[in-house]
Design a protein around this ligand. Structure first.
Ligand code: PAF
Length: 305
């Protein structure tokens, strides 16, 4: 297509995945998102949504491709959500790479970028913001060391869902606890959005792609896949019949320490509830987090026994 692209006038059957308009529109306000998407909704087009905090890498673009393969119109949001960062966390240092991000999204033929500022998302201030909490899984695992983090995530994601009102939303499995919380929120609050999971993308040595990898120093980088190696080691032990999960978790923490990092947690969990796994659980996810000198990295592997 040329640069003139009147999406609203194209009947749904001609606006199929793969035949996309390459002129991405950048929208800053809730009202403009609603207006832009209205014609698509009326036209019966399926709307896919990929919420992000920017600093986009290959894994984000893969989420956009998943949305494109399933939907007619794809919206990506970039908002570095202050509500999900703790007092001593890295909100101010979080990489803001708007020019590079928009170029990547245009290359990927994304249809709309929603890029609001803080005032647009929290017009009444953060302190007074109504919160959405998923009590069952908010305070465990990553939530234990990041108080308030998941409350900030579920609150902003429900706001973004209400602004975009997509048919589907795509989230990466790397943030397994976040994905589980959002699935639970959607179920508990009867939100009519299908949640789709995108696989973890890894560097050649197994390090999961993450926006925070840019904080890993050159000296640390050769050892940074240790978290993944330790989770895989636990997977092999469980596959071989080992069921003393506490012993496996302790051994994995020691491996991480021996590689020069500070483990936050390593936990063998029931994949659905994220509670510690029972001996006879068949769907298990092993989750872990560790600190490098300037980053907190997370990873997980899932096992079907
Ligand atoms: O995974 C992220 O990037 C963020 O937690 C999300 C889902 C965009 C909410 O701010």
């Amino acid at each position: 297509m040329g640069s003139l692209c009147i999406i609203a006038a194209i009947p749904a059957r001609f606006y199929a995945p793969g035949k996309r308009c390459s002129t991405m529109q950048v929208l800053h306000h809730t009202q403009s998102v609603r207006e832009a998407l209205k014609a698509h909704r009326v036209g019966g087009r399926r709307i896919g949504f990929v919420p992000t905090m920017g600093n986009l890498h290959r894994a984000h673009i893969e989420l956009v491709k998943i949305a494109q393969s399933r939907c007619d119109v794809v919206v990506v949001s970039i908002f570095v959500n202050p509500l999900q960062f703790g007092l001593h966390e890295d909100w101010d240092k979080y990489p803001r790479t708007y020019a590079a991000d928009t170029a990547k999204l245009r290359d990927a033929n994304c249809d709309y970028l929603f890029y609001p500022d803080e005032q647009e998302i929290y017009p009444n201030g953060m302190a007074e913001q109504t919160r959405v909490v998923v009590p069952a899984m908010t305070d465990t695992l990553c939530g234990a060391s990041r108080p308030g983090h998941f409350e900030g995530v579920t609150t902003v994601v429900s706001k973004l869902f209400n602004i975009v009102q997509p048919d589907e939303a795509v989230f990466g499995i790397k943030d397994f606890q976040q994905l589980a919380l959002i699935r639970r929120m959607v179920e508990d609050l009867c939100i009519p959005i299908e949640i789709v999971a995108g696989e973890i993308f890894r560097e050649a040595d197994g390090l999961a792609l993450s926006s925070r990898n840019s904080f890993i120093t050159a000296e640390e980088r050769p050892r940074a896949a240790q978290l993944n190696q330790s989770l895989n080691w636990i997977g092999e032990q469980i596959g071989a019949g080992q069921r003393d999960f506490a012993a496996l978790e302790a051994a994995a923490r020691q491996q991480i320490e021996a590689a020069g990092f500070r483990p936050d947690y390593v936990s063998v969990c029931n994949s659905r509830t994220l509670q510690p796994a029972a001996d006879d659980d068949s769907d298990i996810t092993v989750l872990g987090a560790m600190y490098t000198s300037a980053a907190r990295l997370i990873d997980n592997i899932s096992l079907s026994l």
